[in-house]
Structure formats: C-alpha cells, structure tokens
Design a protein around this ligand. Structure first.
Ligand code: FMN
Length: 213
C-alpha cells in the first residue's frame, strides 16, 4: 500500500444538518437528499447497500439500485431465488445504506421487505433494455456457474425470443418494496462532531431526535 491506512484522513464540513429545520417526514428529507445526490454525483447516485441475514442471523451485504420511491417505500429489483431473495424469504428485516461522499452524507434505513406485485415488476422489467431483460433471465443468481455457461444461456434465450416483441418475465425476478421503520441522516462535520438525525416510526408517527456522533 502506498500510504498507511491509519494516515488516511479527510476533513468534513461542507454542509450542516439542523434537527430543528428537518421536515416532519423523513421521506421528504430523503427525497431532497436523493435529488441533490442525483444532481452532483454522475455515477450510480441511487446505489445502496442492502443487508439481509441468514437463518442463523449471520449478516450479508451487497449493492443494489434504488429504482423508485412509492407510497413511502424504497423499491429495488432482483432475483427472488438468489442469496438475498432467499434470506428475505426467511427474515424480511433488512437494512439499506447510502453513502454520498461528494456531499459528505450517509443515510441508514431499517425496515421490512415486501415483494411487489407481478404487474409492477413487469412494468419495470419491460422498461429495461432488451439485453438486460435477457441477461436477468439467463442468470441463476448466486449459483455457481462458468462464463461459458452464462454466455450459452444468454445466446439460447436471445435466439428463443428473437421474434418475440415482449419477453415474458419469469416468476423468480421482480421488485421488493422496503417499508422503513427507522431512517437516520448523517452529515459530516469538522472535528468528528457530525450531525446525526434519526427518525423512528412508532404507531404510524415519525418522531425524530439528534444522536451523538
Ligand atoms: C453498483 C451496483 C449496483 C447493483 N445493482 C443491483 C440490483 O439492482 N439488483 C441486483 O440484483 N443486483 C445488483 N447488483 C449486484 C449485487 O451487488 C449482487 O452481486 C447480486 O445481487 C447477488 O447478490 P446475492 O447473491 O446476495 O443475492 C449491483 C452491484 C453493484 C456494484
């Protein structure tokens, strides 16, 4: 390594988050922060880590893309029978994490994952480029494979659907809507005195409080 990890250090402080000026609903603040991230980050501003747990509560994280915010839920798309899908099936509690370093901002979300309807998944699936649709069908997510097997599967499906206008969506791919129960906004500040505002949903009402950094 060219530099010692312990010596890597940045100074935060380009923005501030005042608890008193936060809106009642964290969704309003989230959309505001998401819009600012889209404005200032050219690459995958909607990328988020999602953590799930297995049947022994061992956690597992990976990146996915937030594709919609609907009725207060965060929606992403994946295979239902890959590692994360099978873990969600057993335990629907998940955590989401956004890190927008250009804005010195982190958002943590904890909540429950619900499968969205097949028709909603189809609507998104068919909005994707044709190659991405075939790619999703060609892959058995999280299973051991070879590069050649993947290329072969893709080729077979491309051939199969060459005269088909609308590629049918299989039952093992679709969206999850994450219903948030906790949302925390973190804004980097000088001297590690970061701003943290946590919203908690209790009896359908969001309450908020400042947390120590
Ligand atoms: C920036 C980024 C975005 C990604 N977006 C998605 C996504 O929206 N859906 C998805 O299934 N996988 C996505 N992936 C791949 C996942 O991180 C992961 O490799 C895949 O979903 C398999 O995870 P699993 O084995 O835990 O189910 C993305 C990866 C990266 C790096």
């Amino acid at each position: 390594m060219s530099k010692k990890l312990a010596d890597l250090r940045v100074k935060y402080g380009i923005k501030e988050l005042e608890e008193q000026s936060c809106p009642e609903s964290p969704m309003v603040l989230f959309e505001q922060w998401m819009n600012e991230a889209i404005e200032c980050i050219s690459f995958d501003a909607n990328a988020m880590a999602i953590s799930t747990v297995d049947y022994q509560n061992r956690p597992s994280s990976r990146m996915v893309l937030l594709k919609e915010i609907k009725d207060g839920h965060f929606i992403f798309f994946t295979h239902y029978d890959g590692k994360k899908g099978l873990q969600i099936e057993k335990n629907s509690h998940v955590a989401l994490l956004f890190w927008w370093k250009e804005l010195e901002r982190q958002v943590r979300i904890e909540g429950i994952a619900h499968k969205i309807s097949k028709s909603e998944s189809e609507e998104y699936f068919h909005s994707r480029p044709r190659g991405s649709q075939i790619g999703a069908l060609a892959s058995h997510q999280s299973q051991a494979t070879t590069k050649n097997a993947l290329i072969e599967n893709y080729g077979k499906l491309e051939e199969k659907f060459k005269n088909t206008a609308i590629i049918p969506l299989s039952d093992n791919w679709g969206g999850y809507a994450i219903e948030p129960q906790l949302i925390e906004f973190w804004q980097g500040r000088p001297n590690r005195m970061h701003d943290r505002v946590e919203y908690l949903l209790e009896d359908s009402i969001w309450t908020r409080r400042r947390l120590a950094p």
